[in-house]
Design a protein around this ligand. Structure first.
Ligand code: PMT
Length: 389
């Protein structure tokens, strides 16, 4: 992984070079970012020597946008030590130096804080509230431990040891790190002629939220999407493949699936397409109307079910209007799935277009997990936690 070690101004900063050394030894590429106060405790030369990269500490050294290029480079930022000041600034969205600007630009799930401060400061209600706020946004923390503190007292506030921080990174801070997942999203358009198509009301919101939730958990995501107005804000962990028809989606998904650890298929794929697709605009046929002959599209989920190996996880969706559980269970078995996510069009606020969903996740072992009505972002996080724990 590409890791930025952020160092703020506390005495525990003297342990930062050891943390960098251990991370490099574990095979990570490491760059350091330090506040001005941190450089009172540890030198630029030491950090640049152990990381083998220039230190990032001046917001304007290369034109004022380096925090964005560092964010693009970094898979995660570990702040050790994280002072009360650094924690408070991040919880308030304050970006007034190189490190705090990088932290505010970083997705919260990709930040790990190792707090270090005097016990009185750690137990201060504002600090505790700030830590809880950050944890609620997905920021992870390791420590602090209890023990002797630099000020001569003893209590909670001692920074976790560098080896514990390295373990926290390897033991699931980003549980899906180094895994590749495939997601399908949106509708498909099946061409009738050069100006008309058969489509459906899928907006792509559920699939895009799934891609984001997987990337937040550390995965590399291949997002195959049908036509949608949505876009992914720059995220180097999500590769977007835009397609139009079911056959194009089938070709993209089957080519990508063998390299993936798992797939979640949330696209609303048209089951049928016109047998003939005119390359000009069809003329009106008169009062008798016109007949459109439809032929069946390939079933992408069933194809992946046939290709699936024992080490892959395959998750389908089921959009039902009646006999919901029964139909979803049939699809789970017939298409050789590990999980199926059922949403019913009878539930208000669930399904096409809206920002919310209400789902039941059925596992092949027979267990069910039902969600309340939640934002699609929260539903996506629940699905990812369930199918890729
Ligand atoms: O995009 P949004 O507006 O956010 O809406 C989200 C959603 C309602 C589209 C989504 O939550 C959802 O339910 N997606 C599945 C819709 C659907 O087509 O369901 P289905 O029961 O017809 O299909 C079952 C499964 O087979 C799905 O995983 C589907 O992607 C897959 N399928 C279906 C047909 C086909 N030819 N190939 C497929 O892969």
């Amino acid at each position: 992984m590409n890791i930025v070690v952020g160092i703020t101004g506390g005495i525990a900063a003297y342990k930062a070079p050891e943390l960098v050394r251990l991370l490099v030894k574990a095979g990570h590429e490491v760059r350091c970012a330090a506040t001005e106060h941190a450089l009172q405790f540890v030198t630029r030369v030491t950090l640049e020597t152990v990381s083998q990269h220039p230190l990032y500490s001046d917001l304007f050294a290369t034109g004022g946008t380096e925090h964005i290029s560092v964010r693009e480079w970094a898979d995660m930022v570990v702040v050790a030590p994280a002072t009360a000041n650094c924690i408070g600034k991040l919880a308030s969205g304050i970006a007034d130096d190189a490190l705090s600007t990088l932290l505010v630009a970083m997705p919260p799930e990709r930040i790990l804080l190792a707090p270090a401060m005097n016990s009185g400061m750690w137990l201060n209600p504002a600090v505790q509230r700030n830590v809880q706020t950050l944890q609620g946004w997905g920021v992870c923390t390791v420590g602090p431990a209890e023990g002797e503190l630099a000020c001569g007292t003893s209590g909670p506030g001692r920074m976790a040891e560098p080896v514990e921080i390295v373990n926290a990174i390897s033991n699931g801070h980003l549980p899906l790190a180094a895994q590749r997942w495939l997601v399908t999203a949106g509708p498909t358009y099946e061409k009738i002629d050069s100006v008309r198509f058969i489509g459906n009301y899928s907006s792509g919101k559920m699939g895009f939220a799934l891609a984001q939730a997987l990337a937040d958990a550390g995965a590399e995501v291949e997002l195959v999407t049908g036509p949608t107005a949505l876009s992914i804000s720059t995220n180097k962990h999500i590769n977007v493949h835009r397609v139009e028809s079911a056959r194009e989606m089938h070709a993209a998904a089957t080519a990508l699936f063998p390299q993936c650890r798992g797939a979640i298929l949330s696209a609303a794929v048209a089951d049928y397409r016109p047998a003939e697709q005119a390359d000009h605009k069809l003329k009106k046929q008169g009062d008798e109307g016109m007949t459109l002959r439809l032929v069946q599209n390939p079933d992408i989920l069933a194809t992946l079910g046939g290709m699936k190996t024992d080490s892959q996880t395959l998750v389908g969706f089921a959009l039902e209007t009646d006999h919901e559980l029964e139909n979803a269970e049939k699809k789970l078995a017939k298409k050789n799935l590990d999980y199926i996510v059922l949403n019913s069009l009878r539930d208000e606020g669930a399904g096409f277009g809206v920002d919310t969903n209400k789902v039941t996740i059925l596992s092949r072992d027979g267990s069910h997990c039902e969600s309340p009505l939640m934002s699609k972002k929260e539903v996506a996080r629940l699905i990812v936690e369930t199918v890729a724990p």
